[in-house]
Ligand binder design. Structure first.
Ligand code: 13P
Ligand code: SF4
Length: 359
Protein backbone atom coordinates (compact mmCIF):
# COMPACT_ATOMS: atom_id res chain seq x y z
CA UNK A 1 0.00 0.00 0.00
CA UNK A 2 1.46 3.38 -1.00
CA UNK A 3 0.88 6.07 1.62
CA UNK A 4 1.29 9.77 1.15
CA UNK A 5 4.00 11.73 2.91
CA UNK A 6 3.32 12.24 6.65
CA UNK A 7 4.76 14.77 9.08
CA UNK A 8 6.50 11.91 10.87
CA UNK A 9 8.36 10.71 7.79
CA UNK A 10 9.30 14.10 6.33
CA UNK A 11 12.58 14.53 8.20
CA UNK A 12 13.93 11.19 6.94
CA UNK A 13 13.02 12.11 3.40
CA UNK A 14 14.46 15.62 3.50
CA UNK A 15 17.00 14.71 0.81
CA UNK A 16 14.46 13.19 -1.61
CA UNK A 17 14.02 14.79 -4.99
CA UNK A 18 10.50 16.17 -5.71
CA UNK A 19 9.89 13.19 -8.04
CA UNK A 20 10.61 10.71 -5.24
CA UNK A 21 8.48 12.70 -2.80
CA UNK A 22 5.60 12.26 -5.21
CA UNK A 23 6.06 8.46 -5.21
CA UNK A 24 5.13 8.40 -1.53
CA UNK A 25 6.12 6.00 1.21
CA UNK A 26 5.16 2.40 1.78
CA UNK A 27 4.45 0.98 5.22
CA UNK A 28 7.19 -1.19 6.70
CA UNK A 29 6.23 -4.85 6.17
CA UNK A 30 6.26 -7.48 8.88
CA UNK A 31 9.59 -9.32 9.05
CA UNK A 32 8.45 -12.33 11.05
CA UNK A 33 9.38 -15.88 10.08
CA UNK A 34 5.98 -17.47 9.45
CA UNK A 35 4.76 -20.57 7.57
CA UNK A 36 3.65 -18.21 4.78
CA UNK A 37 7.17 -16.75 4.47
CA UNK A 38 8.64 -20.26 4.51
CA UNK A 39 6.31 -21.35 1.68
CA UNK A 40 6.89 -18.20 -0.38
CA UNK A 41 10.69 -18.55 -0.22
CA UNK A 42 10.99 -22.37 -0.39
CA UNK A 43 12.02 -22.51 -4.06
CA UNK A 44 14.71 -19.86 -3.48
CA UNK A 45 16.07 -21.79 -0.51
CA UNK A 46 16.37 -24.91 -2.67
CA UNK A 47 18.94 -23.04 -4.81
CA UNK A 48 21.08 -21.86 -1.90
CA UNK A 49 20.72 -24.66 0.64
CA UNK A 50 24.36 -25.74 0.19
CA UNK A 51 25.71 -22.29 0.96
CA UNK A 52 23.22 -20.88 3.50
CA UNK A 53 22.69 -23.05 6.62
CA UNK A 54 19.02 -23.78 7.55
CA UNK A 55 19.47 -21.93 10.85
CA UNK A 56 20.16 -18.66 8.95
CA UNK A 57 17.25 -18.86 6.52
CA UNK A 58 14.56 -17.58 8.97
CA UNK A 59 16.57 -14.33 9.20
CA UNK A 60 16.92 -13.83 5.42
CA UNK A 61 13.58 -15.14 4.17
CA UNK A 62 11.24 -12.42 5.57
CA UNK A 63 13.46 -9.75 3.96
CA UNK A 64 13.54 -11.64 0.66
CA UNK A 65 9.76 -11.93 0.54
CA UNK A 66 9.26 -8.28 1.53
CA UNK A 67 11.84 -6.99 -0.99
CA UNK A 68 10.41 -9.01 -3.86
CA UNK A 69 6.91 -7.66 -3.11
CA UNK A 70 8.17 -4.10 -2.77
CA UNK A 71 9.98 -4.28 -6.11
CA UNK A 72 6.65 -4.93 -7.80
CA UNK A 73 4.92 -2.11 -5.92
CA UNK A 74 7.68 0.35 -6.74
CA UNK A 75 8.19 -0.89 -10.33
CA UNK A 76 11.85 -1.42 -9.44
CA UNK A 77 14.52 -3.89 -10.53
CA UNK A 78 17.59 -5.03 -8.65
CA UNK A 79 20.91 -5.24 -10.49
CA UNK A 80 23.45 -7.27 -8.50
CA UNK A 81 27.14 -7.83 -9.10
CA UNK A 82 28.60 -11.34 -8.96
CA UNK A 83 30.24 -10.46 -5.60
CA UNK A 84 26.97 -9.93 -3.74
CA UNK A 85 26.15 -12.47 -1.03
CA UNK A 86 24.06 -15.53 -2.05
CA UNK A 87 20.88 -14.33 -0.29
CA UNK A 88 21.00 -11.17 -2.45
CA UNK A 89 22.33 -12.80 -5.65
CA UNK A 90 19.83 -15.68 -5.64
CA UNK A 91 17.13 -14.18 -3.42
CA UNK A 92 16.24 -10.73 -4.73
CA UNK A 93 18.33 -9.88 -7.82
CA UNK A 94 16.58 -9.56 -11.20
CA UNK A 95 19.78 -9.15 -13.20
CA UNK A 96 23.21 -10.43 -12.15
CA UNK A 97 26.56 -10.20 -13.85
CA UNK A 98 29.98 -8.64 -14.16
CA UNK A 99 30.49 -4.89 -14.58
CA UNK A 100 30.06 -5.04 -18.36
CA UNK A 101 26.91 -7.16 -18.25
CA UNK A 102 25.37 -4.88 -15.61
CA UNK A 103 26.23 -1.74 -17.63
CA UNK A 104 24.71 -3.27 -20.79
CA UNK A 105 21.59 -4.49 -19.01
CA UNK A 106 21.16 -1.07 -17.35
CA UNK A 107 20.47 0.33 -20.83
CA UNK A 108 17.61 -2.18 -21.36
CA UNK A 109 15.75 -1.81 -18.05
CA UNK A 110 12.16 -0.60 -18.36
CA UNK A 111 11.37 -0.19 -14.64
CA UNK A 112 11.24 3.30 -13.08
CA UNK A 113 13.77 2.48 -10.38
CA UNK A 114 17.05 0.55 -10.42
CA UNK A 115 18.45 -0.57 -7.07
CA UNK A 116 22.15 -1.19 -7.62
CA UNK A 117 23.53 -3.93 -5.39
CA UNK A 118 27.20 -3.39 -5.97
CA UNK A 119 29.58 -0.52 -5.38
CA UNK A 120 29.13 3.18 -6.03
CA UNK A 121 30.88 3.36 -9.41
CA UNK A 122 28.45 0.72 -10.70
CA UNK A 123 25.46 2.78 -9.56
CA UNK A 124 27.00 5.87 -11.19
CA UNK A 125 27.44 3.93 -14.44
CA UNK A 126 23.74 2.95 -14.34
CA UNK A 127 22.79 6.59 -13.74
CA UNK A 128 24.97 7.77 -16.64
CA UNK A 129 23.22 5.30 -18.93
CA UNK A 130 19.74 6.08 -17.51
CA UNK A 131 19.67 9.78 -16.71
CA UNK A 132 15.87 9.79 -16.54
CA UNK A 133 15.56 6.87 -14.12
CA UNK A 134 15.89 6.80 -10.36
CA UNK A 135 19.03 4.91 -9.37
CA UNK A 136 19.30 3.87 -5.73
CA UNK A 137 22.23 2.38 -3.87
CA UNK A 138 21.44 0.81 -0.48
CA UNK A 139 24.68 2.21 1.05
CA UNK A 140 26.53 4.97 -0.77
CA UNK A 141 29.66 4.30 1.29
CA UNK A 142 30.22 1.17 -0.84
CA UNK A 143 33.33 2.45 -2.61
CA UNK A 144 36.26 0.81 -4.38
CA UNK A 145 40.00 1.19 -3.78
CA UNK A 146 40.59 1.49 -7.54
CA UNK A 147 38.02 4.26 -7.96
CA UNK A 148 39.50 6.06 -4.93
CA UNK A 149 43.04 5.91 -6.35
CA UNK A 150 42.60 8.65 -8.97
CA UNK A 151 40.78 11.94 -9.57
CA UNK A 152 39.79 13.91 -12.64
CA UNK A 153 42.59 16.39 -11.85
CA UNK A 154 45.14 13.51 -11.94
CA UNK A 155 43.91 12.53 -15.41
CA UNK A 156 44.16 16.12 -16.66
CA UNK A 157 47.81 16.22 -15.50
CA UNK A 158 48.54 12.92 -17.30
CA UNK A 159 46.98 14.28 -20.49
CA UNK A 160 49.25 17.34 -20.24
CA UNK A 161 52.24 15.07 -19.82
CA UNK A 162 51.31 12.80 -22.73
CA UNK A 163 49.54 15.11 -25.20
CA UNK A 164 47.44 13.35 -27.83
CA UNK A 165 47.67 9.91 -26.16
CA UNK A 166 44.13 8.53 -25.71
CA UNK A 167 42.86 7.61 -22.24
CA UNK A 168 41.23 4.23 -21.60
CA UNK A 169 39.74 3.97 -18.11
CA UNK A 170 38.50 0.92 -16.25
CA UNK A 171 34.84 1.41 -15.23
CA UNK A 172 36.05 1.04 -11.61
CA UNK A 173 36.40 4.84 -11.51
CA UNK A 174 34.36 7.91 -10.56
CA UNK A 175 32.23 9.87 -13.03
CA UNK A 176 34.77 12.70 -12.60
CA UNK A 177 37.53 10.46 -14.00
CA UNK A 178 35.26 9.03 -16.71
CA UNK A 179 34.61 12.61 -17.86
CA UNK A 180 38.34 12.94 -18.69
CA UNK A 181 38.36 9.59 -20.51
CA UNK A 182 38.15 8.77 -24.22
CA UNK A 183 36.67 5.31 -23.72
CA UNK A 184 35.92 3.10 -20.72
CA UNK A 185 36.62 -0.61 -20.47
CA UNK A 186 35.94 -3.48 -18.08
CA UNK A 187 38.02 -6.55 -17.38
CA UNK A 188 35.86 -8.39 -19.96
CA UNK A 189 36.77 -6.16 -22.89
CA UNK A 190 39.96 -4.25 -21.93
CA UNK A 191 42.17 -5.79 -24.66
CA UNK A 192 39.51 -5.26 -27.34
CA UNK A 193 38.97 -1.61 -26.29
CA UNK A 194 42.71 -0.80 -26.20
CA UNK A 195 43.20 -2.30 -29.67
CA UNK A 196 40.08 -0.64 -31.10
CA UNK A 197 41.76 2.78 -30.89
CA UNK A 198 44.30 1.88 -33.59
CA UNK A 199 47.17 3.69 -31.84
CA UNK A 200 50.51 2.40 -30.54
CA UNK A 201 50.26 4.03 -27.07
CA UNK A 202 47.41 4.44 -24.58
CA UNK A 203 47.08 5.88 -21.07
CA UNK A 204 45.42 3.00 -19.18
CA UNK A 205 43.85 3.89 -15.80
CA UNK A 206 43.71 3.24 -12.91
CA UNK A 207 44.42 -0.50 -12.35
CA UNK A 208 48.13 -1.20 -12.70
CA UNK A 209 47.72 -4.98 -12.57
CA UNK A 210 44.87 -5.13 -15.07
CA UNK A 211 47.05 -2.90 -17.28
CA UNK A 212 50.02 -5.26 -16.90
CA UNK A 213 47.79 -8.18 -17.84
CA UNK A 214 46.42 -6.33 -20.91
CA UNK A 215 50.02 -5.52 -21.91
CA UNK A 216 50.73 -9.28 -22.13
CA UNK A 217 47.87 -9.65 -24.65
CA UNK A 218 48.58 -6.74 -27.04
CA UNK A 219 51.41 -4.88 -28.80
CA UNK A 220 49.95 -1.49 -27.75
CA UNK A 221 52.19 0.24 -25.16
CA UNK A 222 50.33 1.16 -21.97
CA UNK A 223 51.10 4.07 -19.67
CA UNK A 224 49.92 2.85 -16.27
CA UNK A 225 48.73 4.28 -12.94
CA UNK A 226 49.46 2.64 -9.60
CA UNK A 227 45.88 1.92 -8.54
CA UNK A 228 45.22 -1.51 -7.02
CA UNK A 229 42.23 -3.53 -5.89
CA UNK A 230 42.60 -4.02 -2.14
CA UNK A 231 40.98 -7.48 -2.40
CA UNK A 232 42.90 -8.97 -5.32
CA UNK A 233 46.30 -7.53 -4.37
CA UNK A 234 46.22 -9.68 -1.21
CA UNK A 235 46.57 -12.95 -3.15
CA UNK A 236 50.11 -14.27 -3.62
CA UNK A 237 51.73 -16.65 -6.08
CA UNK A 238 53.12 -18.54 -3.09
CA UNK A 239 49.68 -19.40 -1.68
CA UNK A 240 48.54 -20.65 -5.10
CA UNK A 241 51.64 -22.84 -5.43
CA UNK A 242 50.73 -24.35 -2.06
CA UNK A 243 47.24 -25.25 -3.37
CA UNK A 244 48.83 -26.84 -6.43
CA UNK A 245 51.35 -28.81 -4.37
CA UNK A 246 48.53 -30.11 -2.14
CA UNK A 247 46.55 -31.23 -5.22
CA UNK A 248 48.32 -31.14 -8.63
CA UNK A 249 44.97 -31.65 -10.41
CA UNK A 250 43.38 -28.50 -8.97
CA UNK A 251 42.45 -25.79 -11.50
CA UNK A 252 43.31 -22.19 -10.64
CA UNK A 253 41.38 -19.34 -12.26
CA UNK A 254 42.07 -15.71 -11.48
CA UNK A 255 40.72 -12.20 -12.01
CA UNK A 256 43.10 -9.85 -13.90
CA UNK A 257 43.08 -7.39 -10.98
CA UNK A 258 45.52 -9.84 -9.29
CA UNK A 259 49.28 -9.12 -9.26
CA UNK A 260 51.38 -10.65 -12.09
CA UNK A 261 52.94 -13.39 -9.87
CA UNK A 262 49.40 -14.61 -9.08
CA UNK A 263 48.31 -14.61 -12.74
CA UNK A 264 51.49 -16.54 -13.59
CA UNK A 265 50.12 -19.45 -11.54
CA UNK A 266 46.62 -19.35 -13.09
CA UNK A 267 45.25 -21.85 -15.64
CA UNK A 268 42.79 -19.19 -16.80
CA UNK A 269 42.47 -15.42 -16.33
CA UNK A 270 39.22 -13.53 -16.92
CA UNK A 271 36.53 -11.19 -15.65
CA UNK A 272 34.06 -12.47 -13.07
CA UNK A 273 31.59 -13.44 -15.84
CA UNK A 274 34.33 -15.18 -17.84
CA UNK A 275 35.43 -17.10 -14.74
CA UNK A 276 31.84 -18.26 -14.12
CA UNK A 277 31.45 -19.35 -17.76
CA UNK A 278 34.75 -21.22 -17.57
CA UNK A 279 33.63 -23.18 -14.48
CA UNK A 280 30.18 -23.94 -15.93
CA UNK A 281 31.65 -25.14 -19.23
CA UNK A 282 34.73 -27.02 -17.99
CA UNK A 283 33.22 -28.35 -14.74
CA UNK A 284 36.61 -29.11 -13.11
CA UNK A 285 36.57 -31.50 -10.13
CA UNK A 286 38.27 -28.89 -7.92
CA UNK A 287 38.83 -25.21 -8.61
CA UNK A 288 40.37 -22.26 -6.82
CA UNK A 289 38.59 -19.03 -7.81
CA UNK A 290 41.12 -16.31 -7.14
CA UNK A 291 38.70 -13.45 -6.63
CA UNK A 292 36.17 -12.15 -4.12
CA UNK A 293 34.89 -14.95 -1.93
CA UNK A 294 31.10 -14.68 -2.43
CA UNK A 295 31.37 -15.47 -6.12
CA UNK A 296 32.30 -19.09 -5.48
CA UNK A 297 29.24 -19.45 -3.21
CA UNK A 298 26.99 -17.95 -5.89
CA UNK A 299 28.24 -20.14 -8.71
CA UNK A 300 28.50 -23.32 -6.61
CA UNK A 301 24.69 -23.39 -6.36
CA UNK A 302 24.65 -23.95 -10.15
CA UNK A 303 27.50 -26.50 -10.45
CA UNK A 304 26.99 -28.90 -7.53
CA UNK A 305 29.63 -31.36 -8.81
CA UNK A 306 32.47 -28.83 -8.69
CA UNK A 307 34.38 -28.48 -5.44
CA UNK A 308 35.46 -24.92 -4.69
CA UNK A 309 38.65 -24.39 -2.72
CA UNK A 310 38.06 -21.00 -1.16
CA UNK A 311 40.73 -18.54 -0.17
CA UNK A 312 38.18 -16.15 1.34
CA UNK A 313 39.08 -12.54 0.57
CA UNK A 314 35.96 -10.37 0.96
CA UNK A 315 35.41 -6.93 -0.56
CA UNK A 316 34.42 -4.74 2.40
CA UNK A 317 32.64 -2.33 0.03
CA UNK A 318 30.49 -4.97 -1.66
CA UNK A 319 29.64 -6.33 1.79
CA UNK A 320 28.09 -3.01 2.85
CA UNK A 321 25.06 -4.03 0.79
CA UNK A 322 22.72 -6.19 2.89
CA UNK A 323 19.09 -7.31 2.73
CA UNK A 324 17.97 -4.88 5.51
CA UNK A 325 19.60 -1.98 3.64
CA UNK A 326 17.98 -3.03 0.34
CA UNK A 327 14.60 -3.09 2.07
CA UNK A 328 15.19 0.39 3.53
CA UNK A 329 16.33 1.62 0.14
CA UNK A 330 13.06 0.52 -1.48
CA UNK A 331 10.91 1.75 1.40
CA UNK A 332 12.50 5.19 1.73
CA UNK A 333 13.75 5.55 -1.86
CA UNK A 334 17.30 6.13 -0.66
CA UNK A 335 20.14 6.70 -1.43
CA UNK A 336 19.50 8.34 -4.76
CA UNK A 337 22.54 8.55 -7.06
CA UNK A 338 23.02 11.89 -8.78
CA UNK A 339 25.80 13.12 -11.06
CA UNK A 340 27.02 16.67 -11.47
CA UNK A 341 25.54 17.86 -14.81
CA UNK A 342 28.86 19.59 -15.57
CA UNK A 343 30.58 16.20 -15.97
CA UNK A 344 27.68 13.82 -16.72
CA UNK A 345 27.64 14.35 -20.50
CA UNK A 346 31.35 13.68 -21.02
CA UNK A 347 31.36 10.76 -18.55
CA UNK A 348 28.34 9.20 -20.33
CA UNK A 349 30.06 9.49 -23.71
CA UNK A 350 33.06 7.44 -22.49
CA UNK A 351 30.79 4.64 -21.24
CA UNK A 352 28.58 4.71 -24.34
CA UNK A 353 31.65 4.45 -26.60
CA UNK A 354 32.61 1.26 -24.74
CA UNK A 355 29.14 -0.22 -25.11
CA UNK A 356 29.01 0.71 -28.81
CA UNK A 357 32.38 -0.98 -29.43
CA UNK A 358 31.05 -4.23 -27.96
CA UNK A 359 28.06 -4.35 -30.33
P1 13P B 1 34.19 -7.61 -13.17
O1 13P B 1 33.93 -6.59 -14.22
O2 13P B 1 35.07 -8.72 -13.64
O3 13P B 1 32.92 -8.10 -12.57
O4 13P B 1 35.05 -6.93 -12.01
C1 13P B 1 34.55 -5.91 -11.21
C2 13P B 1 35.29 -5.81 -9.95
O5 13P B 1 35.11 -4.90 -9.19
C3 13P B 1 36.23 -6.85 -9.66
O6 13P B 1 36.85 -6.61 -8.46
FE1 SF4 C 1 36.85 -2.44 -6.03
FE2 SF4 C 1 38.33 -4.58 -5.53
FE3 SF4 C 1 35.99 -4.33 -4.32
FE4 SF4 C 1 36.10 -4.86 -6.96
S1 SF4 C 1 36.78 -6.18 -5.28
S2 SF4 C 1 34.80 -3.35 -5.96
S3 SF4 C 1 37.91 -3.69 -7.53
S4 SF4 C 1 37.79 -2.98 -4.06
Amino acid sequence: MVTMQTAESSSKSAGLSPRLHALGRIERPSLLWTPEVERATASIYERVRDVIPPVEWPFHAPYIKAINELKRERNAVILAHNYQTPEIFHGVADIVGDSLQLARKATEVEADIIVQCGVHFMAETSKLLNPEKTILIPDSRAGCSLAASITGADVRLLKQRYPGVPVVTYVNSSADVKAETDVCCTSSNAVQIVESLGVDRVIFLPDEYLGKYVATQTKVKLILWKGHCEVHERFTGEELRAYREADPTVQIIAHPECPPDVLAEADFTGSTAHMIDWVKTRKPARVVMVTECSMASNVSAEVPDVEFVKPCNLCPHMKRITLPKILDSLLNLTEEVTIDPAIAGRARASVERMIALGR
